[in-house]
Design a protein around this ligand. Structure first.
Ligand SMILES: [Zn+2]
Length: 226
């Protein structure tokens, strides 16, 4: 059976930031997660690293990011596509499966696999496990949307990056499954809805709390911070 690969990818500018070591902590974690699951972007990022290395040789040493070499080596050490793929999604529905659900970059950050997370309820059918908090309400967290549940209609303050780890969700721009990256900003007003056949677990990186826009929900903006 062919291994499914992600079909929604981050933009080249984000991969470039990652390759240059210029992405924020949360975004770097999300991109590392996507790269683990996406051979196509992994090749692209490796090529960017290589190109960056060539350019850097022409620059004074002070211009080189301190961890650029480590990041480059870690990327090149990334496992082959077959090692971590969309097929690991079976871990959600098949408890005897030994395949970890969280890609390596996330397991290292969390200190284990999905069962080590402590979920807190956000709204009915939506839980989160906070990983990193930044200034201005910036957050990096794992979100769990229960099967068939929808996140209330909302738009964004700043950019939101989401990488699906298990299950899937749909919104106006299509369907997102394991490894897929969704990027939304102030111009996107959506209501992501988890697939009916299983919980959707994603890594979400937001620059600021979302702004609820639904007829009822928008009244709750002063009280809901997610
Ligand atoms: Zn990709």
């Amino acid at each position: 059976m062919p291994v499914l690969q992600p079909t929604h990818h981050p933009a080249d500018e984000h991969l470039l930031d990652y390759a240059a070591g210029a992405a924020s902590e949360g975004l770097a974690l999300l991109l590392a997660t996507h790269l683990t699951l996406c051979p196509e972007c992994r090749r692209k990022a490796a090529a960017m690293e290589q190109l960056g290395g060539t350019l850097i040789e022409e620059l004074p040493p002070a211009a080189i990011a301190a961890d650029a070499r480590e990041r480059c080596l870690a990327l090149l050490d990334a496992p082959e596509p077959a090692a971590e793929s969309r097929s690991a999604v079976t871990a959600v529905t098949n408890p005897v499966s030994a395949a970890p659900l969280l890609p390596r970059a996330l397991r290292d950050r969390v200190g284990g696999d999905i069962d080590t997370l402590r979920w807190s309820p956000v709204l009915r059918g939506v839980d989160q496990a906070l990983l990193v908090e930044g200034p201005g309400g910036a957050r990096t967290r794992l979100m769990r949307i229960r099967a068939g549940h929808a996140v209330p209609q909302h738009t964004h303050r700043g950019t939101e990056f989401v990488c699906v780890l298990a299950g899937g969700f749909s919104d106006l721009s299509g369907h997102f499954g394991r490894g897929d990256v969704a990027v939304s900003d102030e111009s996107v007003d959506h209501q992501p809805t988890a697939d009916a056949d299983g919980d959707c677990i994603c890594l979400a990186v937001t620059e600021a709390p979302v702004r609820l826009t639904g007829r009822f929900w928008r009244l709750l903006n002063p009280f809901v911070r997610f």
